[in-house]
Design a protein around this ligand. Structure first.
Ligand code: CA
Length: 236
C-alpha cells in the first residue's frame, strides 16, 4: 500500500512568496526525502501546477499576481492534484473558504513541520487508495508530459485531463504511437480517416490546428511539429 511509496518518488510544489518560509519548508521536506520545488509567484504557480506532474501542492494564500484561493479554484476546473492550503491568518472564514473551493486540507501558519508531514502522509494515503480502486489502466503512450491511455480514450497533460473529440483523439493517438516518425498527410488521412475517405488532405491541417489549440497553445509546450512540404511529427 501507500506506506511503500518511497518519498523520493513524491514531488511536492511549495507555493510560497516568503523566501525564508519556503526554504525552511523545503529543507524539512527534503530531509524526509521528498522531491520539492518552490514557486513564489501566483500566476506562475497556477501554470506549473497544471503543466507539471506534482503529487502534492502546498499553497500559500497571499501571493503576488494570483492568490491561493483563485489558484485553487482554477486548478480544480482541470485537475484533482492534492492541495494543502497554508493560511497566515487563523481565520475560520479562510479555512471554510479553502475547503469550499476544493482544497484537500489546510494548515494555519506558523505550522509545526510534524503536523505538515502528517497531513501530507494522509493525503498520499487517500490518493493511493483512490488509485487502487481505479480500473487497471493498461497501455500508456507518452510524449513529454502528455500521456494517452488508449483503453480509456484518456489524454492527460501533467495532472490535467484534456477533453478531445473522437477524431482529435484518433489523430493524436496515431501521431504519438508514431512519435519521431514524420507522417505525410496521406498517411495520416488513410490511417485516421480510413482508406475510403473521400475528402482532401486539408482536413488533416484543420484537425492539427484543433489539437494545437487544445494542447500546444494551452499548455505552452510544442508537441506537434510541422515538416514543411511533408507532413507532421510528434517529438520528445
Ligand atoms: Ca504569502
Amino acid at each position: 500500500m501507500s506506506e511503500n511509496i518511497p518519498n523520493e518518488n513524491i514531488s511536492i510544489l511549495i507555493v510560497e512568496d516568503e523566501p525564508k518560509i519556503a526554504r525552511f519548508t523545503q529543507l524539512e521536506l527534503e530531509h524526509e526525502g521528498f522531491r520539492t520545488s518552490i514557486e513564489g509567484n501566483g500566476r506562475r504557480a497556477y501554470e506549473r501546477i497544471i503543466q507539471e506532474d506534482y503529487d502534492v501542492v502546498l499553497l500559500d494564500v497571499m501571493l503576488p499576481e494570483m492568490d491561493g484561493f483563485e489558484i485553487c479554484q482554477k486548478v480544480r476546473e482541470l485537475s484533482d492534484v492534492p492541495i494543502i492550503m497554508l493560511t497566515a491568518r487563523d481565520d475560520i472564514e479562510d479555512k471554510v473558504n479553502g475547503l469550499d473551493i476544493g482544497a484537500d486540507d489546510y494548515l494555519t501558519k506558523p505550522f509545526a513541520i510534524k503536523e505538515l508531514l502528517a497531513r501530507i502522509r494522509l493525503i498520499l494515503r487517500r490518493k493511493s487508495v483512490a488509485q487502487e480502486k481505479e480500473e487497471p489502466r493498461g497501455e500508456v503512450l507518452q510524449v513529454k508530459n502528455l500521456k494517452i491511455i488508449p483503453a480509456q480514450y484518456e489524454v492527460i497533460v501533467g495532472n490535467t485531463k484534456v477533453s478531445l473529440t473522437k477524431k482529435e483523439y484518433d489523430l493524436l493517438e496515431y501521431l504519438v504511437r508514431n512519435k519521431r516518425v514524420v507522417l505525410t498527410r496521406e498517411q495520416i488521412l488513410s490511417n485516421v480517416w480510413g482508406y475510403d475517405y473521400a475528402g482532401d488532405t486539408n482536413v488533416v491541417d484543420v484537425y492539427i490546428r484543433y489539437l494545437r489549440s487544445k494542447l500546444d497553445d494551452k499548455f505552452g509546450e510544442k508537441y506537434i511539429h510541422t515538416m514543411r512540404g511533408i507532413g507532421y511529427v510528434v517529438k520528445e
